[in-house]
Ligand binder design. Sequence first.
Ligand code: HEC
Length: 224
Amino acid sequence: MRCPPITLATLVFVLAMPALGLTVRGFAADDSSDGGIKISPISGDPDKPRRHIRIENPADLSHQEAREVYEELVDEMTSGYALSASRAAMSYESWTVYNNAPYRSVTHGQRFVNNYGNGIAAPYGDFESAGTMPAGSILAKDSFTVTDSGDVEPGPLFLMEKMPKGFNYVSGDWRYTMIMPDGEFFGETNGKRSERVEYCIECHLAREKFDHLYFIPKAVRVGN
Ligand code: HEC
């Protein structure tokens, strides 16, 4: 196979990809090629992102298609996240899932996502009536990318864990964690590289009266 020419810009971009929350197989990220995953990069300091990486050419999938892609990919996703040795990352797949099909989340980089909750997080199933979630609740949102040209990639795992009162006033005592598809810890509130997940707190803060939770679009809630 002939290698595509690598420009300096491409090389710098590819090297920066892990920090930007991206993994791409081969050179699919080079958006000068046909297809591939087209990304709108984040300007400014990659260690203090203001928002998620965003996929510019996500696919439109029916619920059934989204379920099928997820079924194909879920083992690869969970074994990647599990390399982080986070207990939540190793077990979330056995928790309750609150959406009936993976849906595209504009606010999580245009990736397809699912929302899971552990046993303590059971009130999440009441959605807007859930009230303040008990300490020990963990919500896990796994993610994957599907582009309009059919490229499929695991995305990060997003976690919110309700910590004991006093953990972090601004975050509503939620600990936000982002784990990369290869198991790398991207950042964690009040933990390692917490500045990298500050933007999670900021956006979720707009939902303070719902204990910082946004819930799932109505059309994809279980029971609908
Ligand atoms: C720009 C706004 C925005 C940012 C930034 C954001 N989120 Fe969210 N988050 C949402 C919205 C909207 C939902 C619900 C709908 C959806 O899934 O798209 C949500 C849902 C969630 C959920 C499920 C619980 C709930 O609120 O219903 C988790 C877990 C989560 N986000 C984690 C994270 C983490 C971790 C980060 C940072 C790495 C993050 N979010 C950054 C907007 C945001």
